[in-house]
Design a protein around this ligand. Structure first.
Ligand SMILES: *[C@@H]1O[C@H](CO)[C@@H](O)[C@H](O)[C@H]1NC(C)=O
Ligand SMILES: *[C@@H]1O[C@H](CO)[C@@H](O)[C@H](O)[C@H]1NC(C)=O
Length: 461
C-alpha cells in the first residue's frame, strides 16, 4: 500500500502509526512519567481527559494507578467521591485510599493504598469538578443525577477505548457519601447497556456512608448526636418531634425554613458546636481552619467535606504548575483546583431520590452489594444505613447468611457485619469517619480485600 517514494515515506509512517493507534490505542499520552516529589514506585500511573461530549467539549478528568504488583491479574475498580461536587482525585486518591499523600513539597507512600489489591481508577465527576470541565459553562448549571450517570457511562465506554486491555477485566465500583446516588445509577445504566452489547464485566458495588434514602439517612443524625453526647435530652426530643432533620433540609432547599425548624436547628448547632468534626465526632478539628468548618453546619454542606488539614496540603499540591503538567491537567474556566467545586450548580432536590431501590435492582440482577459505614460519622450514620439494608433484604426475601457479628483486623475488632443471601452485605468500620479509608486505612483495606474476593469479613484473627 505504501510506495517507497521518498516523498511518501513520511505519509506512510504516519499511516502505519495511525493504523497501529487504531488497532492498539495506546494510552501513552496519559502516562505519568513521575509526579513531583514522588518516591520511586514500580507501578504505572496515568491521568488525563476523556471527552464525553464533543459538541460542548465536556471532558472528564481521571487518575489511574495500576496495581502495585501483578496489575494484569488484578481487578479494575472505579472510585467515586460524593458532594455532590467533590473530587475523587483530591479527596479519594490523595487523602483516602490512593498510593500517595501530599506532605509539604513531597508525596509520601500510603502503606494501605487500595492499589495493593486492584487497579484504581479515580474519576472527577460531574463536569465542573476538579480538573473536569466544559468549554460551555452552561454545562455546569442544573446538573442532576441523570446527567451525571449518563456522562459517567460515556466516560467508561471511552476510557476502555484508551485502555482496551481492561475491557474484560472484573470491574467493581466503589463510592462514598453522595456517590450513594452516582454508583447505583451508573451501575443500572451499565447493566442496561450490557443487554445490547456486553461491555461491562461488573462484579460488585460497594458504598461507604452513602446517601441511599434521604429521610432515613438524615433523621438518624438526631439519635447519633444524642447518644454521643453532642445534644441534650431536651434538644433530642425537639429534633425528633418538633422538627426533624429531613424536614429542615427540605424546607431549606425549598427556600423557606419555618421559624420552628430554624429555632430547633439553631439549638442543635449551639450544642454540637463548630469545634467538633461532624464527619468524625471523635476527631479533633484542625484549629487553624476552624472557620472553614463552620460551613459544615450549613445545609449547603450536608453531604461531604474532608479533614481540612489534609485538604490544605492536597489543594496546595494540586495547584502547583509542575504537578498539573505532570498530570496532563488543565484549569479551564476556574483559576484554582478545589476539592469541592465552586462552579457546579447541582440539582439538590435529587437528594430525595431513593437509590436504595436501585440497589435492590442490582442485587436482583445478581450484582453483589456491600454497604459499609465508618461508625464515627454523624452525617450519614451507620444506623440509617443498617436499617435500609436490613429492610431491603427483607423486601427481597434474602435470608441472613452471616449473622450480625464482629470482624477482625489484626487482633482487634475492625467492626461488625451481616450478610443477606450471600449477596447483600452490611459492615461497619470501627473508629472510622465519613471518609473511612482516611481515618482507618488498615481496617478499610481489609474490608476492601474481602469485598473484592467476595468473602465475608475475617471472623478470626
Ligand atoms: C472476554 O472474555 C470472554 C470470556 O472469558 C471471551 O470470550 C472474550 O473474547 C473476551 N473479550 C475480549 C474483548 O477480550
Ligand atoms: C420527619 O418530619 C416529617 C415532617 O414533619 C414527617 O413526615 C416524618 O415522618 C418525620 N420523620 C421521622 C423519621 O421522624
Amino acid at each position: 500500500m505504501c510506495s517507497l517514494l521518498w516523498s511518501s515515506i513520511a505519509m506512510c509512517v504516519a499511516l502505519i502509526l495511525l493504523q497501529v493507534a487504531i488497532v492498539h490505542p495506546s494510552p501513552s499520552h496519559h502516562r505519568i512519567t513521575r509526579l513531583p516529589g514522588q518516591p520511586h514506585v514500580e507501578f504505572h500511573q496515568f491521568s488525563g481527559y476523556v471527552t464525553v461530549d464533543h459538541k460542548s467539549e465536556r471532558s472528564l478528568f481521571f487518575y489511574f494507578a495500576e496495581a502495585e504488583k501483578d496489575a494484569l491479574s488484578k481487578p479494575l475498580v472505579l472510585w467515586l467521591n460524593g458532594g455532590p461536587g467533590c473530587s475523587s482525585l483530591g479527596v479519594g486518591a490523595f487523602s483516602e485510599n490512593g498510593p500517595f499523600r501530599p506532605k509539604g513539597e513531597a508525596l509520601v507512600r500510603n502503606q494501605f493504598s487500595w492499589n495493593r489489591e486492584a487497579n484504581m481508577l479515580y474519576l472527577e465527576t460531574p463536569i465542573g469538578v476538579g480538573f473536569s470541565y466544559s468549554s460551555d459553562t452552561s454545562s455546569y448549571e442544573g446538573v442532576n443525577d441523570k446527567i451525571t450517570a449518563r456522562d459517567n457511562l460515556a466516560f467508561l465506554q471511552n476510557w476502555f477505548i484508551n485502555f482496551p486491555e481492561y475491557r474484560n477485566r472484573s470491574l467493581f465500583i466503589v463510592g462514598e457519601s453522595y456517590a450513594g446516588h452516582y454508583v447505583p445509577q451508573l451501575s443500572e445504566l451499565m447493566l442496561q447497556f450490557n443487554k445490547k452489547e456486553k461491555l461491562f464485566n461488573l462484579k460488585g458495588v460497594a458504598l461507604g456512608n452513602p446517601v441511599l434514602e434521604f429521610a432515613t439517612d438524615f433523621n438518624s443524625r438526631a439519635e447519633f448526636f444524642w447518644s454521643h453526647g453532642l445534644i441534650s435530652d431536651t434538644t433530642y426530643k425537639m429534633f425528633t418531634s418538633v422538627c426533624n432533620y429531613s424536614r429542615y433540609v427540605r424546607e431549606y432547599y425549598n427556600g423557606a425554613v419555618s421559624p420552628i425548624c430554624s429555632s430547633v436547628m439553631s439549638q442543635v448547632s449551639t450544642e454540637t458546636s463548630r469545634f467538633v468534626d461532624k464527619y468524625d465526632v471523635t476527631l479533633d478539628v484542625c484549629l487553624s481552619s476552624v472557620f472553614s468548618q463552620t460551613k459544615v453546619l450549613n445545609p449547603q454542606q450536608v453531604t461531604e467535606t474532608i479533614d481540612v488539614c489534609v485538604e490544605d496540603e492536597t489543594v496546595n499540591y494540586l495547584n502547583r504548575k509542575d504537578v498539573q503538567s505532570a498530570l496532563h491537567a488543565r484549569l479551564v474556566g476556574v483559576r484554582r483546583w478545589s476539592a469541592c467545586s465552586n462552579v457546579l450548580d447541582y440539582e439538590l432536590h435529587n437528594l430525595e431520590i431513593p437509590t436504595i431501590t436501585t440497589v435492590g435492582k442490582l442485587v436482583k440482577e445478581g450484582i453483589p452489594v456491600l454497604v459499609y459505614s465508618g461508625d464515627q460519622d454523624s452525617v450519614i450514620p451507620l444506623t440509617g444505613s443498617r436499617t435500609l439494608v436490613h429492610k431491603l433484604a427483607k423486601e427481597l426475601g434474602l435470608k441472613t447468611t452471616v449473622p450480625y457479628r464482629v470482624w477482625f483486623e489484626r487482633q482487634q475488632v475492625g467492626g461488625w457485619t451481616q450478610v443477606y443471601g450471600n449477596i447483600l452485605s452490611f459492615a461497619t468500620i470501627r473508629g472510622a469517619s465519613h471518609e473511612a479509608p482516611f481515618s482507618q486505612p488498615e481496617r478499610s483495606l481489609v474490608l476492601f480485600k474481602s469485598f473484592l474476593e467476595g468473602r465475608p469479613l475475617p471472623q478470626e484473627f
